[in-house]
Design a protein around this ligand. Structure first.
Ligand SMILES: [Zn+2]
Length: 76
């Protein structure tokens, strides 16, 4: 299942804003030191690696659930 490689423009904008807020978005290993690459990717200064938006975790949600909304919850 590679479907989480594709995010809508709306989802990308939302994640971009959350990254700009500075604390919500974490890399898949839990670091907060990520930089937005002005596209659907970020760079984590702690990992020295780039990640796709879809790989990031939202620290504001309990359990560090993945940011991508399950398809069954999108039609709201
Ligand atoms: Zn990291």
């Amino acid at each position: 299942m590679g479907s989480n490689e594709r995010l809508s423009k709306q989802e990308r904008n939302k994640i971009s804003r959350q990254i700009a807020n500075g604390w919500r978005m974490r890399c898949p290993r839990g670091h907060a030191s990520i930089q937005d690459n002005d596209g659907p990717t970020v760079y984590c200064g702690a990992c020295n690696e780039g990640y796709h938006y879809a790989e990031l975790m939202d620290a504001s949600e309990s359990g560090n659930t993945v940011v991508v909304t399950p398809p069954e919850q999108r039609d709201r």
